[in-house]
Design a protein around this ligand. Structure first.
Ligand SMILES: Cc1cc2nc3c(=O)[nH]c(=O)nc-3n(C[C@H](O)[C@H](O)[C@H](O)COP(=O)(O)O)c2cc1C
Length: 145
Protein backbone atom coordinates (compact mmCIF):
# COMPACT_ATOMS: atom_id res chain seq x y z
CA UNK A 1 0.00 0.00 0.00
CA UNK A 2 1.29 3.50 -0.82
CA UNK A 3 1.97 5.41 2.41
CA UNK A 4 0.05 8.60 3.15
CA UNK A 5 1.71 11.70 1.61
CA UNK A 6 2.78 14.13 4.34
CA UNK A 7 1.41 17.60 3.52
CA UNK A 8 3.75 20.53 2.92
CA UNK A 9 2.72 23.90 4.38
CA UNK A 10 4.53 26.77 2.68
CA UNK A 11 4.85 30.52 2.82
CA UNK A 12 5.83 32.61 -0.19
CA UNK A 13 6.08 36.40 -0.47
CA UNK A 14 4.99 38.49 -3.46
CA UNK A 15 8.04 37.32 -5.40
CA UNK A 16 6.44 33.83 -5.37
CA UNK A 17 9.69 31.87 -5.69
CA UNK A 18 8.75 29.38 -2.96
CA UNK A 19 5.25 29.08 -4.42
CA UNK A 20 6.70 27.89 -7.73
CA UNK A 21 8.60 25.13 -5.96
CA UNK A 22 5.50 24.21 -3.93
CA UNK A 23 3.47 23.98 -7.14
CA UNK A 24 5.94 21.47 -8.58
CA UNK A 25 5.63 19.42 -5.40
CA UNK A 26 1.83 19.57 -5.68
CA UNK A 27 2.01 18.46 -9.33
CA UNK A 28 3.65 15.30 -8.03
CA UNK A 29 0.53 14.47 -6.06
CA UNK A 30 1.44 15.82 -2.62
CA UNK A 31 -0.99 18.03 -0.69
CA UNK A 32 0.37 21.55 -0.19
CA UNK A 33 -1.19 24.33 1.90
CA UNK A 34 -0.51 28.04 1.58
CA UNK A 35 0.18 29.85 4.86
CA UNK A 36 -0.55 33.22 3.28
CA UNK A 37 -4.22 32.14 3.32
CA UNK A 38 -5.61 33.27 6.72
CA UNK A 39 -7.87 30.21 6.94
CA UNK A 40 -4.87 27.90 6.55
CA UNK A 41 -2.82 29.94 9.01
CA UNK A 42 -5.57 29.68 11.65
CA UNK A 43 -6.09 25.94 11.16
CA UNK A 44 -4.64 23.13 13.24
CA UNK A 45 -2.99 20.05 11.83
CA UNK A 46 -4.27 16.59 12.72
CA UNK A 47 -1.23 14.63 11.50
CA UNK A 48 2.47 15.09 10.66
CA UNK A 49 3.35 17.96 8.32
CA UNK A 50 6.42 19.56 6.78
CA UNK A 51 7.19 23.28 6.61
CA UNK A 52 8.62 24.90 3.46
CA UNK A 53 9.90 28.38 4.23
CA UNK A 54 12.11 31.09 2.78
CA UNK A 55 14.39 33.17 5.04
CA UNK A 56 13.88 36.90 5.39
CA UNK A 57 16.52 38.83 7.24
CA UNK A 58 15.05 42.23 7.92
CA UNK A 59 18.17 44.19 8.79
CA UNK A 60 19.85 43.57 12.10
CA UNK A 61 21.28 40.64 13.98
CA UNK A 62 18.32 40.36 16.38
CA UNK A 63 15.74 40.10 13.63
CA UNK A 64 13.87 36.88 13.24
CA UNK A 65 14.20 35.49 9.74
CA UNK A 66 11.05 33.34 9.81
CA UNK A 67 8.14 34.96 7.95
CA UNK A 68 5.32 36.24 10.22
CA UNK A 69 2.80 33.84 8.65
CA UNK A 70 4.99 30.89 9.61
CA UNK A 71 5.46 32.18 13.15
CA UNK A 72 1.71 32.63 13.45
CA UNK A 73 1.02 29.02 12.39
CA UNK A 74 3.68 27.77 14.79
CA UNK A 75 2.03 29.53 17.73
CA UNK A 76 -0.30 26.55 17.96
CA UNK A 77 1.22 23.86 20.24
CA UNK A 78 -0.67 21.24 18.20
CA UNK A 79 0.98 22.42 14.98
CA UNK A 80 4.37 22.53 16.66
CA UNK A 81 3.93 18.97 17.91
CA UNK A 82 2.95 17.64 14.47
CA UNK A 83 5.83 19.35 12.63
CA UNK A 84 8.21 16.61 11.47
CA UNK A 85 10.67 18.40 9.20
CA UNK A 86 11.69 21.60 7.47
CA UNK A 87 12.44 22.47 3.85
CA UNK A 88 14.36 25.73 3.42
CA UNK A 89 14.75 28.11 0.54
CA UNK A 90 17.10 31.08 0.50
CA UNK A 91 19.82 32.84 -1.41
CA UNK A 92 23.55 32.23 -0.86
CA UNK A 93 24.17 35.97 -1.30
CA UNK A 94 22.98 36.31 2.30
CA UNK A 95 26.19 34.63 3.44
CA UNK A 96 26.08 33.60 7.08
CA UNK A 97 22.30 34.12 7.05
CA UNK A 98 21.80 31.64 4.22
CA UNK A 99 18.80 29.49 5.26
CA UNK A 100 18.79 31.21 8.66
CA UNK A 101 15.04 30.69 9.15
CA UNK A 102 15.02 26.95 8.43
CA UNK A 103 18.20 26.35 10.42
CA UNK A 104 17.12 28.41 13.41
CA UNK A 105 13.75 26.67 13.53
CA UNK A 106 15.51 23.29 13.34
CA UNK A 107 17.60 24.28 16.36
CA UNK A 108 14.67 25.48 18.43
CA UNK A 109 12.20 22.75 17.43
CA UNK A 110 14.59 19.80 17.31
CA UNK A 111 13.14 18.87 13.87
CA UNK A 112 15.52 18.23 10.96
CA UNK A 113 16.12 20.39 7.91
CA UNK A 114 15.22 17.80 5.27
CA UNK A 115 16.36 19.76 2.21
CA UNK A 116 17.62 23.20 1.22
CA UNK A 117 17.57 24.95 -2.15
CA UNK A 118 17.94 28.45 -3.57
CA UNK A 119 15.17 30.69 -4.92
CA UNK A 120 12.56 28.61 -6.78
CA UNK A 121 14.88 25.58 -7.03
CA UNK A 122 16.00 23.61 -10.08
CA UNK A 123 14.34 20.59 -11.68
CA UNK A 124 16.93 18.45 -9.85
CA UNK A 125 15.98 20.12 -6.55
CA UNK A 126 12.33 19.22 -7.15
CA UNK A 127 13.23 15.59 -7.95
CA UNK A 128 15.47 15.22 -4.89
CA UNK A 129 12.89 16.84 -2.62
CA UNK A 130 10.13 14.54 -3.92
CA UNK A 131 12.36 11.55 -3.11
CA UNK A 132 13.14 12.84 0.39
CA UNK A 133 9.45 13.40 1.11
CA UNK A 134 8.60 9.91 -0.13
CA UNK A 135 11.25 8.48 2.20
CA UNK A 136 9.68 10.46 5.03
CA UNK A 137 6.19 9.11 4.15
CA UNK A 138 7.56 5.57 4.33
CA UNK A 139 9.37 6.20 7.63
CA UNK A 140 6.22 7.66 9.20
CA UNK A 141 4.09 4.76 7.93
CA UNK A 142 6.59 2.31 9.47
CA UNK A 143 6.50 4.22 12.75
CA UNK A 144 2.67 4.06 12.81
CA UNK A 145 2.63 0.26 12.41
C1 LIG B 1 14.59 41.41 2.01
C2 LIG B 1 15.08 40.00 1.77
C3 LIG B 1 15.76 39.36 2.80
C4 LIG B 1 16.26 38.05 2.60
N1 LIG B 1 16.95 37.44 3.60
C5 LIG B 1 17.50 36.19 3.39
C6 LIG B 1 18.28 35.55 4.40
O1 LIG B 1 18.50 36.05 5.49
N2 LIG B 1 18.77 34.31 4.13
C7 LIG B 1 18.58 33.67 2.94
O2 LIG B 1 19.05 32.56 2.75
N3 LIG B 1 17.82 34.26 1.96
C8 LIG B 1 17.30 35.51 2.16
N4 LIG B 1 16.54 36.10 1.17
C9 LIG B 1 16.28 35.36 -0.06
C10 LIG B 1 14.90 34.71 -0.05
O3 LIG B 1 14.74 33.84 1.05
C11 LIG B 1 14.73 33.90 -1.35
O4 LIG B 1 14.80 34.79 -2.43
C12 LIG B 1 13.42 33.13 -1.38
O5 LIG B 1 13.43 32.31 -2.54
C13 LIG B 1 12.21 34.06 -1.43
O6 LIG B 1 11.04 33.28 -1.53
P1 LIG B 1 9.62 33.91 -1.89
O7 LIG B 1 9.78 34.59 -3.24
O8 LIG B 1 8.70 32.76 -1.95
O9 LIG B 1 9.28 34.86 -0.81
C14 LIG B 1 16.05 37.39 1.34
C15 LIG B 1 15.35 38.05 0.33
C16 LIG B 1 14.87 39.34 0.52
C17 LIG B 1 14.14 40.01 -0.61
Amino acid sequence: MTPQAVPVYFYSSVSNLTRRFAEHIAERGRPVADLSDPAVRKSETTSPWVLLTPSYKAGNQANVTLPAAVLSFLKSPVNRRHLVGILGTGNRNFGEYYQAAARELARTSGRPVLFEFELSGTQEDVERCVEILEELDAALAARAR
